[in-house]
Design a protein around this ligand. Structure first.
Ligand code: FE2
Length: 333
C-alpha cells in the first residue's frame, strides 16, 4: 500500500488530500511502515493535510495517538501543558476535547458581521474574521503539529476551520513591512488568562502570573526547521499580551504603535489568497503545522447542535531559535 498526496485543497493554493487504501487502522499501519512519508507530504503541502474516512478513530482513539507519533518525538499529554483538565479525554490524556457540550462547554465563536464577505464567501480577513491563532504559542518551545479529528462536526456550512498560510503571506509582504517584522518578537499570552485586548480595552488589571504561566516571546518570522522557509507567526486579540505587548520593544497596549502594526500584519496574513476553509465531514482528520499556519474557528448553532472534535499536539522540532531551552510551562521546583 502506498501514500499519495494530491494538492492543493479546494479553493486554496496550498494543502493536500492524502489517499491511503483502507480505513483508519490501515492508514495508521501504512504510515507507521513508512514514517517519513506523511511528514514529507505535510512539508510539501506547506503545512496542511486532509485524510478522510478515519471514522474508526472514534471507537479506537489510540489510532490517533499512533498516527500523531509519526509526526514527531513527543505527543503531548494535556495534563501537563497548562490545559484545563475538563478539556482532557479521561482515558487518553493526549487528546484535547474541543466541544460546546459538557464537560468542556466552550461556546462557538460569534458570527462575523456581516456574515459573508464582499465576494460572497465566509470572511477570512482580520478584523472582519476574529480568533486567528496558532496553537499554544504561549509556551516556549511551542508545539509543532496539531491533528484535529471530527467525532461529531457541526452541520454543513457552519463550524468550519479556517487556515491562513504564513509562508505564502511572508513571501508576499511589502518590503517596508518585511523590514519591520524580520527581527521583531511578539509576546503571546494564554487565552482566558486576563491579558487579552478586550481586557486591556476594558481597563481590567491583569492578575499576577506564576513564573511558568508568563507570556512568552516568539519570533514574528520563523524559519521552518524542515524546509528552511520563512513564515509569519502571530496571533491577535485573544492570544497576545495586550498589557506588555503585543510586541517586544514597541509601544504596548491596545492603542499603541504595536497594536497598529499587529492589525496591519494580521489583515495581510489572512487575506483570502492565503487561506483555506475546511468544511467538516464526520471522520475527517486534518493535520496542520503550527510553525507556519494560523487558524480560526467559525460559528455554528451551539443552542441546537453539539459539536465534538479531538485534537492532539506533537512537540519536539521547533527550530534553532529554541535550541536547548527548557519547557517554559513546567513549574520549577
Ligand atoms: Fe487552535
Amino acid at each position: 500500500m502506498s501514500i499519495t498526496a494530491k494538492g492543493p485543497l479546494p479553493g486554496a493554493v496550498f494543502g493536500a488530500t492524502v489517499k491511503i487504501e483502507g480505513g483508519a487502522s490501515e492508514v495508521v499501519a501504512t504510515a507507521e511502515r513508512d514514517p517519513g512519508a506523511l511528514p514529507a507530504a505535510l512539508a510539501e503541502a506547506k503545512g496542511l493535510l486532509l485524510i478522510q474516512g478515519m471514522n474508526a478513530i472514534a471507537k479506537e482513539p489510540d489510532l490517533l495517538i499512533r498516527l500523531s507519533r509519526t509526526f514527531g518525538a513527543e505527543v503531548e499529554d494535556y495534563r501537563h501543558n497548562l490545559t484545563n483538565l475538563s478539556s482532557v479525554h479521561t482515558e487518553v490524556p493526549e487528546i484535547l476535547l474541543v466541544s460546546n457540550m459538557p464537560p468542556v462547554g466552550k461556546a462557538p465563536p460569534k458570527r462575523p458581521e456581516p456574515p459573508l464577505a464582499a465576494d460572497g464567501l465566509i470572511p477570512t480577513q482580520y478584523p472582519h474574521r476574529m480568533g486567528w491563532h496558532t496553537d499554544q504559542s504561549y509556551r516556549r518551545p511551542p508545539p509543532d503539529i496539531s491533528l484535529f479529528y471530527a467525532v461529531t462536526p457541526a452541520r454543513r456550512d457552519t463550524g468550519q476551520t479556517l487556515f491562513a498560510n504564513g509562508i505564502l503571506a511572508y513571501a508576499a509582504l511589502p518590503a517596508a513591512l518585511r523590514a519591520k517584522v524580520d527581527t521583531l518578537e511578539g509576546l503571546h499570552a494564554q487565552p482566558g488568562s486576563g491579558r487579552s485586548r478586550d481586557a486591556a480595552l476594558a481597563g481590567r488589571k491583569p492578575r499576577d502570573f506564576a513564573l511558568h504561566e508568563r507570556s512568552q516571546r516568539q519570533p514574528v518570522v520563523r524559519t521552518h526547521p524542515v524546509t528552511g522557509e520563512r513564515s509569519l507567526y502571530l496571533c491577535e486579540w485573544g492570544q497576545m499580551d495586550w498589557f506588555e505587548g503585543p510586541f517586544v520593544d514597541m509601544e504596548p497596549g491596545p492603542h499603541g504603535a504595536g497594536a497598529a502594526l499587529l492589525d496591519e500584519i494580521m489583515a495581510h496574513l489572512t487575506a483570502r489568497r492565503f487561506c483555506y476553509a475546511h468544511e467538516w465531514t464526520e471522520g475527517d482528520l486534518l493535520i496542520w503545522d503550527n510553525r507556519c499556519l494560523v487558524h480560526a474557528a467559525t460559528w455554528f448553532d451551539g443552542d441546537k447542535e453539539g459539536r465534538l472534535m479531538w485534537r492532539t499536539t506533537v512537540h519536539g522540532n521547533p527550530g534553532a531559535a529554541y535550541a536547548g531551552e527548557a519547557k517554559s510551562w513546567l513549574p520549577r521546583p
